[in-house]
Ligand binder design. Structure first.
Ligand code: TMP
Length: 235
C-alpha cells in the first residue's frame, strides 16, 4: 500500500494517506507523554511493540465480533486502518481503582470496585480531557444517542473479552481507554489498545506492566512493554 502525505500527527502516532481514500496508514512513534503532555519522553521501540500488541488485540476483538478499524499490520511500525471520523470522546472502563479515580475521589489504588465504571472524557487536550456524561455528549452533538448506545455496548463487550484475554496471560486488566470512529455510517473501534492505553498488573505480584512505569518513573519502562508483547504473541 502506497504511503502518501501526512494527514495528522498525534502524541504517539501519525496518520498517512494512501492511494485508497477509505484507508490510512497508522504509524506508531516511540514518543511517550503523560498528564496531558506535561511529561514527555521516548521509550525505545515502543512504537514497534505497541503496533504488534495492538494488532494482536484488534485481531482478537475482530474475531470475536467487535467491529474495528484494523485492516492489517503492514510493517514494524505501521498498520493499515479504515479512515474513520474519530468520535471526540475517550471511553474508559475501570475494573479496579487506579490513576485519576484515586486522585479525584480519594480512593486507595487497587481498591476493588462493586462493578466496573464506565467513564467518558472529552477528547480535547487544550481543555485537559474533562470528564463528561451522556447528556454532555448528546447535547453538544459529539455523538447521537444511538451512537452512544452502540459505543457503550461495544465497550462492555471489549471489557469482557479483554479481561479474559489478559487473565489467560496472568495479567489483570485494571482499566483501559478506547476510542471510536464513524466509518460508512457505522461505529467501529479505532485508535490503539496497548500498554499506553491500559493498566495491566501481573496477577499475584501486582507488578505494573504498562505506561504507569513511565508516568511515575518506576524504571524498566521498555521491559514492561516487552513483557506484555511476549505474553500476547506467545498466546
Ligand atoms: P486515568 O486513570 O489517568 O484517567 O486513565 C484511565 C485509563 O485510560 C488508563 O488505562 C490510561 C488510559 N488513558 C489513556 O489511554 N489516555 C489518556 O489520555 C488518559 C488520561 C488515560
Amino acid at each position: 500500500m502506497e504511503k502518501k502525505e501526512k494527514l495528522y500527527e498525534g502524541k504517539a502516532k501519525i496518520l498517512y494517506a494512501t492511494g485508497d481514500p477509505d484507508m490510512v496508514i497508522q504509524y506508531f512513534k516511540d514518543d511517550a507523554t503523560a498528564f496531558n503532555a506535561k511529561k514527555k519522553g521516548t521509550v525505545e521501540d515502543k512504537g514497534i511493540m505497541n503496533n504488534a500488541i495492538s494488532s494482536k488485540i484488534f485481531e482478537f476483538l475482530q474475531a470475536n465480533g467487535v467491529p474495528t478499524h484494523l485492516v492489517k499490520r503492514l510493517s514494524d511500525r505501521e498498520m493499515l486502518v479504515k479512515k474513520v471520523e474519530i468520535v471526540k470522546v475517550e471511553v474508559i472502563i475501570r475494573n479496579r481503582a487506579a490513576g485519576s479515580l484515586c486522585r479525584n475521589y480519594g480512593v486507595e489504588e487497587g481498591r476493588t470496585l462493586h462493578h466496573p465504571i464506565l467513564e467518558f472524557c472529552y477528547k480535547e487536550d487544550k481543555y485537559n480531557d474533562p470528564l463528561m456524561n451522556d447528556a454532555h455528549i448528546t447535547a453538544l452533538g459529539i455523538a447521537t444517542e444511538k451512537e452512544l448506545d452502540k459505543i457503550k455496548a461495544i465497550t462492555f463487550k471489549v471489557n469482557d473479552l479483554l479481561k479474559s484475554f489478559f487473565l489467560a496471560l496472568n495479567i489483570e486488566l485494571i482499566d483501559f481507554k478506547i476510542e471510536f470512529g464513524r466509518y460508512k455510517g457505522d461505529i467501529v473501534l479505532a485508535d490503539e489498545i496497548s500498554p499506553d492505553t491500559c493498566r495491566l498488573w501481573e496477577v499475584g505480584t501486582g507488578v505494573r506492566l504498562d505506561k504507569d512505569r513511565f508516568r511515575h518513573d518506576l524504571g524498566n519502562i521498555k521491559e514492561g512493554y516487552q513483557e506484555v508483547l511476549k505474553r500476547v504473541t506467545e498466546k
